[in-house]
Write a new protein. Structure first.
Length: 195
């Protein structure tokens, strides 16, 4: 067995990254690499990936409910209406990552979504790779941080004015929303997901 997968106490072999954290395991088993299509849902993932930049995903995952409450369920129209007073309030909110640049970017990105000439979901999913599950054995499976598609999507989003959408952040988004299936060979979820 490679170090990319682990046999867990429940008898299932899954990616090693959730370790033994129940919240992380649940996320791995039920959400990661499962297709997400709605604009508000994709906006939430885009914001959370932006907040994750420089941090671990489990840090964000543990605060996700706090983020949802603070950012009005990530409904694009509601986030776009947040004011400077709201930013100050969010800077005091211990249930989220209190980074002014990231908070401001989330609001600005919501406003951009409202001004787009096509849905956010269409823009994002237009960059889906032709091959969504990389064929590889456990020995040749390479963990990557970005791809040509994430570079192209990042470039398009930045051209539209979005912030915190670098190619590594965008690739993490692509993994999270099921645009690519990067469950490691041997993980029970890898072959279950038909992406």
């Amino acid at each position: 067995m490679s170090d990319l997968v682990t046999k867990y106490a429940d008898g299932l072999t899954r990616c090693s990254w959730p370790k033994n954290d129940p919240l992380y395991i649940q996320y791995h088993d039920t959400e990661w690499a499962v297709p997400v299509l709605g604009d508000d849902e994709l906006f939430e993932r885009l914001c959370l990936e932006g907040f994750q930049a420089g941090l671990s995903w489990i840090t964000i995952l543990k605060r996700r409910e706090g983020f949802r409450k603070a950012f009005r369920g990530f409904e694009i129209k509601k986030v776009a209406k947040l004011t400077e007073q709201d930013i100050e309030r969010l800077m005091q909110n211990e249930d989220i990552i209190r980074n002014r640049a990231k908070i401001t970017a989330a609001i600005a990105n919501a406003k951009l979504c409202l001004s787009l000439d096509r849905p956010l979901s269409e823009i994002i999913w237009s960059h889906a790779p032709a091959i969504k599950t990389r064929r590889a054995s456990a020995q040749s499976f390479e963990v990557v941080a970005k791809s040509d598609e994430s570079e192209n999507l990042s470039r398009e989003l930045r051209k539209l004015g979005f912030s915190f959408v670098g190619p590594t952040t965008v690739y993490a988004l692509m993994q999270a929303i099921g645009m690519v299936n990067d469950h490691a060979p041997g993980c029970f979820r890898r072959n279950q997901l038909k992406v």
